[in-house]
Write a protein of this length. Structure first.
Length: 557
């Protein structure tokens, strides 16, 4: 017997024997459901034998037999009724457990989100991709016909999704492209660091989605529930199905606020803020202006995160404000970093350390935020130094800027497109999926080992566009991504350390050293961040004008 939990109330198992029933009872199961028809296998015990063993130990048992691949809507209804009536936890079994897991998945349709159902079954070792469309349809058998179909479907209307749509149209006007995204607004997220420092207003970082979707591109205002790459289909919430010839996946990543106990309840009050959210960045500036003494914490979770420098950008700009208004001498700045280094590319660290010293900030490495009590102004960190047992420490604060844990979106993590860590599995050079050759991915959601920044997406969009157009024309990939990413580290108001690098930490400066030496703080880099990059984003990147983003060609062998 090998039960795998699907939820707290039910587990699925391969075929059990009468002797296993007593073991199941000792494991805490109160009821058994048999989903395997009697006589299916020569060595299979009958349900009557299982039922007798169950009664002997005081367990309920029910017989709901279904044939493999032939689960009807009526079967699902009977199974759902049994789960409601039986006292759990329930052990359901068939030959391998798959039919039991499928019945549970269909019975949960409408009760739980599709990604949650797919995630639970995947964790138990059961692949429900084949019935994802049916689960999305409330557990009922849906039509096999797509509601709409397009030459190119792009999942995600953020920086990467809109940029690649615009880059495609600039190369091949008239393409039938659809963008799937449920959001009404689009944010310039790199600007939120500046909002948190009182430099930008929130309004400067937001536009309506409708004003940015390129002309001629269909905007499907819906959320994606699942992928069916074998049928070239995307399943939307509500079981609408969109077909594609080629798919580009760029939904960004998920900010997992709930992963830190107590964090969601205290965000935006009690001195707890984050520049990672549009509505919270102004609160950062309010806290900085009002804090005259006390302890300020700045946290950074384990990688990967979007814009790995953003947590310390907030620290530097806050420290600079306190330096300028004379409060710094009374403020204890603590940088709580789950990682073991200040910045992953060593060439930029000396300049950053100068500012760490200027602001008298304490660097606490291997400190991962796990819980917050906002009203009590306390935070807890798990300290996990190499070769040392993890220790939980309590730290009091007056202000705390939090960078949340980050993961791939749920519907990506449980999909056939994901690698073992949950990210879209691509070739890091061509950004084409490693398994499905009509799928590409870019932006924060894919698994290439680059920094997750808007500047990276700016470079990736032309690469994906050129390679998709080449594929349409029957050619192999023509452009490659070198891992470029940029992190303008705002070390003080008016100066930036412009970190630009690619795969393996190779420095990839965009400007000659006499203009901007990225390893040193400069006013020119601040001017770039404040005045030049926003128009490059709104008027260039999102319009298919590839300023500072010329694709690198794949050299012929």
């Amino acid at each position: 017997m090998d039960p795998k939990a699907l939820s707290a109330e039910i587990s699925a198992s391969p075929q059990i024997t009468p002797d296993d029933v007593a073991t199941a009872r000792k494991l805490g199961f109160r009821a058994i459901i048999c989903n395997r028809p009697d006589g299916e296998g020569a060595d299979q015990p009958t349900f009557q034998e299982i039922e007798a063993a169950a009664k002997a130990v005081g367990m309920d048992a029910r017989y709901i037999p279904v044939s493999g691949g032939m689960i009807s809507d009526a079967d699902t209804a009977v199974f759902a009724t049994a789960l409601r009536e039986m006292q759990g936890p329930v052990l359901a079994y068939c030959r391998t457990g798959t039919r039991s897991a499928t019945l549970w998945s269909l019975a949960q349709a409408g009760e739980k989100p599709l990604p949650e159902i797919l995630g639970a079954t995947k964790a138990a070792g059961y692949d429900m991709a084949g019935v994802a469309r049916r689960i999305a349809n409330g557990g009922k058998t849906p039509t096999d016909k797509a509601d709409a179909s397009h030459d190119i479907v792009i999942v995600g209307g953020g920086a990467a999704g809109i940029a690649v749509a615009a880059s495609l149209l600039s190369r091949k006007p008239g393409l039938d492209i659809a963008i799937i995204d449920p959001a009404d607004v689009h944010y310039y997220q790199p600007g939120w660091t500046m909002v948190g420092a009182g430099v930008f207003t929130p309004a400067e970082t937001v536009r309506t989605m409708g004003s940015l979707v390129p002309k001629g591109v269909h905007w499907i205002k819906s959320a994606v529930a699942a992928f069916e790459p074998k049928t070239n289909s995307v399943i939307l919430d509500g079981c609408r199905v969109v077909g594609y010839t080629r798919l580009i996946v760029a939904p960004g990543l998920k900010l997992d606020w709930a992963k830190v106990e107590g964090l969601a309840e205290t965000l935006g009050r009690n001195g707890v803020t984050s520049n990672y959210r549009y509505d919270l960045a102004p609160y950062t500036w309010e806290l900085v202006k009002s804090l005259k003494s006390g302890r300020a914490l700045f946290t950074q979770p384990p990688m990967p995160i979007k814009c790995a420098g953003a947590p310390q950008k907030a620290m530097y700009l806050s420290g600079d404000a306190w330096f300028r208004n004379g409060a710094l001498k009374n403020i204890d700045i603590q940088f709580m970093n789950a990682g073991g280094v200040l910045f992953g590319v060593k060439e930029y660290v000396p300049a950053l350390m100068d500012y760490v010293k200027k602001y008298d900030a304490t660097l606490n490495f291997f400190h991962n935020l796990v819980a917050v009590d906002g009203p009590a102004k306390k935070a807890w960190f798990d300290v996990s130094r190499p070769d040392t047992p993890t220790e939980r420490v309590e730290v009091e604060f007056d202000m705390m800027h939090v960078c949340p844990p980050q993961t791939a979106p749920d519907f990506i993590r449980v999909s056939p497109l994901a690698d073992a860590a949950g990210w879209v599995d691509v070739d890091q050079s061509t950004l084409r999926h490693k398994t499905f050759d009509n799928i590409w991915s870019l932006g924060d959601v894919m698994n290439a080992p680059n920094a997750k920044t808007a500047a990276a997406a700016r470079m990736q969009a032309p690469v994906v566009a050129e390679n998709v157009v080449a594929d349409i024309r029957g050619r192999s990939a023509v452009s490659q991504y070198n891992g470029y990413g940029s992190c303008p580290l705002t070390v003080e108001k008016g100066k930036i350390v412009l970190a630009e690098f690619g795969y393996g930490g190779k420095l990839l400066p965009s400007f000659p050293e006499f203009l901007i030496d990225g390893t040193k703080p400069s006013r020119a880099a601040w001017l770039l961040k404040e005045k030049i990059l926003p128009p490059v984003y709104w008027q260039g990147m999102l319009r298919g004008r590839e300023w500072l983003a010329k694709p690198e060609k794949i050299s012929a062998a």
